[in-house]
Ligand binder design. Structure first.
Ligand code: SAM
Length: 280
């Protein structure tokens, strides 16, 4: 065990057998384990016969604790960071600590393992070459629909986390914004007894969850297929830049400048600029 090191240790997302050998070895050897919820982590650590002292580090106290923890690490201590499930920092606490450690020259060592988003993506049957992880969608309907509107034309596979009490409202808003035909996947209770991975158009998923209360229980990853674009369509960023330039300058000049900024073809940008201006 290297001295003065922060270990970022991934934990199972349901199935306890998914803990890695390396995670067990690190967790038994460090001076302290910083856990998001010590009451949650203790039973699993006890089952693994890991008796390392635990310290609570969550979103309410992490800013306050960071300085002290970095000092201990600089003095040669060893610390492992874990969250309730999956990989720390992924929609979980730890970012301020990792940033402060790196700024202080403390070595940060990742101990990889499960993360619900990668687990879901690997089995969803949607394109995996490029994806956009959005974490938890906004909680209120208005903000959530606005968030989805910004993503409507995105071509990458979209990935969201969602809680059971918001899953129906979230899917309904997705259907309203992305359209009922957009392919999507609801990955529920991954690695657990009631794991289900449902692939349907959004309208069918909304209906299925409305009819089956069991499908509304547990933890969810929602994946939405990226928007289909015709082969010569502009990517959303080029489209945005062209739109801004068109407000400021003539069509030809806007297309030429957009081509220099984005690397997209000048002719295609010019054609699109004419469409946007409503010119033939
Ligand atoms: N750090 C975790 C990770 O690496 O996946 C995520 C923590 S975040 C606070 C918890 C959310 O992750 C849940 O609300 C759910 O959306 C998703 N999640 C975690 N475990 C899951 C599972 N077994 N099945 C489906 N979704 C899960």
């Amino acid at each position: 065990m290297d001295k003065g090191c922060l270990y970022i240790v991934a934990m199972p997302i349901g199935n306890r057998a998914d803990i890695t050998e390396r995670a067990k070895q690190v967790l038994s050897s460090v001076d302290v384990i910083a856990a998001e919820d010590t009451r949650h982590s203790r039973p699993l650590l006890q089952m693994l016969a890991i008796n390392t002292p635990l310290l609570a580090l969550h979103e309410h106290n992490e800013q306050k604790l960071v300085g002290r923890l970095v000092d201990q690490l600089v003095a040669g201590g060893t610390l492992a960071l874990i969250s309730d499930a999956g990989t720390p920092l992924i929609s979980d606490p730890g970012f301020p600590l990792v940033r402060a450690c790196r700024e202080a020259g403390v070595r940060v060592v990742p101990i990889p393992g499960p993360s619900a988003l990668i687990c879901a993506l690997s089995a969803a049957g949607l394109p995996t070459d490029r994806f956009l992880f959005e974490g938890f969608p906004a909680r209120t309907g208005t903000a959530r629909r606005e968030q989805f509107r910004r993503l409507k034309d995105e071509g990458m596979t979209l990935i969201f986390y969602e809680a059971s009490h918001r899953i129906e409202a979230c899917l309904a808003d997705m259907m309203a914004v992305f359209g009922g035909d957009r392919p999507a996947v609801v990955a529920r209770e991954l690695t657990k007894l009631h794991e289900t991975i449902l692939s349907r158009p959004l309208a069918a998923l909304v209906e299925l969850l409305a009819q089956d209360p069991n499908q509304r229980k547990g933890e969810f990853v929602v994946l939405v297929a990226g928007a289909q674009r015709s082969a010569d369509a502009l990517d959303p960023e080029s489209e945005r830049i062209l739109g801004v330039l068109l407000e400021e300058m003539p069509t030809k000049q806007a297309a030429a400048l957009a081509a220099r900024i984005t690397g997209a073809k000048k002719n295609r940008l010019y054609q699109r600029a004419l469409e946007l201006r409503g010119e033939p």
